[in-house]
Design a protein around this ligand. Structure first.
Ligand code: GLU
Length: 443
């Protein structure tokens, strides 16, 4: 589609009749939604019944309860999870989430998405996701450390450098990974300790992390947006964008897009939304969030409601918060040209259909937000080989790989006449099916 057509469609978007929704849509079941996406892609590529059956449930679902002593001397029992979805293509791989709304079905959906993500990009990993159901913002650093170490201890040998490799996700970071690594190392013979370093990725640089890992997801999203822009003959320089969520993914995406000449006009997080049509400085905003915990009280902007946020005129929209934030109302209100899913599973299927009808492109999560797991793979390789790759090398490999997969998904979508998400799933499923058909089912 030529740029002028894109512009026409955006102009045609309703401005006067903004559908009303001050709250996020009531949360649906992410696992059911991800299954629906699998069904659609399975039909498109005629996936065998056997492989479909295997993939329709995770291999293992682990739930642990563990007590932790809080700073006031009281004990609290925490509930932790690790869902190991599939490992036919390599060790289980995926983040650990700390959030009060964590549920088993959410992690099943997110774990399955990791399987498709690794398979799509041909990263030799499977899919997993874990988490602890609690609000990390309400705990001191000492409590977070004890919670993380007890969780790691409770998981025991269910994770490992060649079997299941956690990484950061919502509510966790490099420090969390270092605590997991250190606890895991201390549960082993001292002669084995250093071989255990790669039990987690997304570590800090000092403790064996990779250069470029922290910004990798944002960087990968921007590579995909750049490819989209080339395809649509759209000039990013002088464009505008908005971001939902200003944690690791949202803030890095914003900083990198700003370098390409795009202006951040609206942003929101768990506390509220702000806008400034003249532009928000992503670097200063990130500093503000580091100090205060939220974008809401940032001075150089106007506080707006959720409804107004979704109706803001901006060329690009990057949801980078939690899943299932874009419902039918949001899809009707959005006035962007493209939605690049920084978060995992941010869009309801009904909303996706509305976006497609309105001519708004959608770049699916497993394609665009995979920079994180890709550089996780680089980190794992560096640890395994006792190497340290310079930032330039990491960035170059990331760029080539993201762009290559983007092209494959685009070609496949055109060939199969399906949407980008279905094409992305289909490429991953094809790789998984081939592995199953060669190996067969034990015994
Ligand atoms: N949590 C990230 C994701 O959802 C990164 C996973 C990883 O690096 O293993 O893709």
């Amino acid at each position: 589609m030529a740029q002028s057509e894109v512009a026409k469609q955006t102009k045609a978007a309703p401005t006067a009749s903004v559908a009303s929704s001050t709250e996020a849509p009531p949360k649906g079941n992410l696992y059911t939604i991800v299954q629906g996406q699998l069904d659609k892609a399975a039909k498109a590529v005629n996936l065998s019944r056997e492989v479909y059956t295997i993939l329709s449930q995770p291999k293992n679902e682990l739930i642990v309860h563990f007590p932790v002593r809080l700073d006031d001397g009281n004990y609290r029992l925490f509930k932790g999870y690790r869902v190991q979805h599939n490992n036919i293509l390599g060790p289980y791989k995926g983040g650990i989430r700390y959030h009060e709304d964590v549920t088993l079905d959410e992690l099943k959906g997110l774990g399955a998405s990791m399987t498709w993500k690794s398979a799509l990009h041909d990263i030799p990993f499977g899919g997993a996701k874990g988490g602890i159901k609690f609000n990390p913002r309400l705990h001191s650093k000492g409590e977070l450390e004890r919670i993380t170490r007890r969780y790691t201890h409770a998981l025991g040998g269910n994770i490992g450098p060649e079997s299941d490799i956690p990484a950061p996700d919502v509510g966790t970071n490099g420090q969390t990974m270092v605590w997991i690594m250190d606890t895991f190392m201390n549960m082993r013979e001292s002669s084995d300790k250093n071989a255990m370093r790669r039990v987690v990725t997304g570590k800090t640089i000092n403790s064996g992390g990779s250069y470029g890992r922290e910004s990798a997801t944002g960087q990968g999203i921007v590579h995909c947006i750049t490819e989209w822009a080339k395809h649509r003959r759209f000039n990013l320089n002088g464009s505008s964008f908005m971001v939902q969520g200003f944690g690791n993914v949202g803030s890095h995406t914003a900083k990198i897009l700003a370098k390409l000449g795009s202006t951040l006009v609206a942003v929101g997080d768990y506390k509220g939304y702000i806008a400034n049509p003249e532009g928000l400085n992503a670097h200063k905003l990130a500093e503000h969030v580091a100090q205060t915990g939220s974008v809401e009280s940032y001075k150089h902007a106007r506080v707006i409601g959720r409804e107004e946020f979704f109706a803001t005129e901006a060329d690009l929209f990057i949801p980078a918060a939690l899943e299932l934030e874009i419902g039918e109302t949001e899809a009707k209100n959005l006035r962007c040209k493209v939605v690049a899913e920084g978060a995992n599973g941010p869009t309801y299927p009904e909303a996706e259909a509305i976006l497609a009808e309105r001519g708004i492109d959608l770049l699916p999560d497993i394609l665009v937000n995979s920079g994180g797991v890709m550089v996780s793979y680089f980190e794992w390789l560096q640890n395994k080989r006792a190497e340290r790759w310079p930032l330039e090398e990491v960035e170059q490999r990331l760029e080539e790989w993201m762009k290559r997969t983007f092209g494959q998904v685009q070609d496949f979508a055109e060939e199969l006449k399906v949407d980008m998400r279905t094409a992305a799933y289909a490429i991953g499923l094809d790789r998984i099916e081939k592995a199953y058909s060669e190996r067969g089912i034990f015994p």
